[in-house]
Every structure is written in C-alpha cells, then in structure tokens.
Design a protein around this ligand. Structure first.
Ligand code: ZN
Length: 118
C-alpha cells in the first residue's frame, strides 16, 4: 500500500465519523444550552397584567439574566442576579417585588416530593 492510498483510506473512514460526532455534539449543546428559561406576565397589586418578566439561566452558569417590566410603575430594566428558587426581583424604581409564579407542573413535582418525604 502506498502512503497516499493509506491517507485516502484514513480520510474515507474519519470524515464521516467526525461528521457524526460533530453533529451529535452540536445538537447536544443546543438542547442543553439553558438551565432555565421563562417568559411570564406579571400582575400588579390591583391584579392587572401590566408587567412581564423574562429569565434566562445558561446551562453552565448560576446567574439569571432578567429582563422585566414592572407591573406597578412600568419601569423596564435588564439585570443579573444569582439564580435561586424561589426567585424574585425587586423593581429598582418603586421597590415592587416581582415573584416568579410557579408553573403547575413544578407545583405538582413539589407536592409529590413533599408527600414522598412524609
Ligand atoms: Zn416598579
């Protein structure tokens, strides 16, 4: 076998293999890019849906990137704070505390966990 034929053989085997590895790797990254992602409307003290909140927590980080519109004073801001549950953000203008309402599925999970303990 000539060295050139040998290289050709290696290329023939490795290129498709690399393609498979690369494709599965990139799709895996896209799938698991975020730890938490939400977009909710927020109610003010009068119960009107005037504000909204968007929270993004990247998979490799414990920092929540928050974009909010305060339902009380309509002040909008981008802020970052450590990710924790339960999560709440205080409006930097009027001090209104925006609590993150829990999803029904999350509540169910917690109920299950609580009943399992007892
Ligand atoms: Zn406010």
């Amino acid at each position: 076998m000539t060295p050139q034929a040998f290289i050709n053989l290696i290329v023939c085997i490795y290129i498709p293999l690399l393609n498979i590895i690369f494709t599965s790797f990139t799709s895996g990254v896209t799938m698991g890019m975020f730890k938490y992602l939400t977009n909710r409307t927020l109610r003010n003290k009068a119960g009107e849906e005037k504000g909204k909140i968007r929270i993004v927590v990247k998979a490799d980080s414990d920092t929540a990137e928050v974009d909010y519109v305060c339902p009380e004073c309509v002040h909008s801001e981008h802020t970052e704070k450590p990710w924790e549950r339960p999560f709440s953000v205080k409006c930097s203008k009027c001090g209104f505390v925006m609590k993150l309402p829990k999803m029904k599925s999350e509540m169910k999970k917690e109920v299950k966990a609580a009943s399992a303990k007892t």
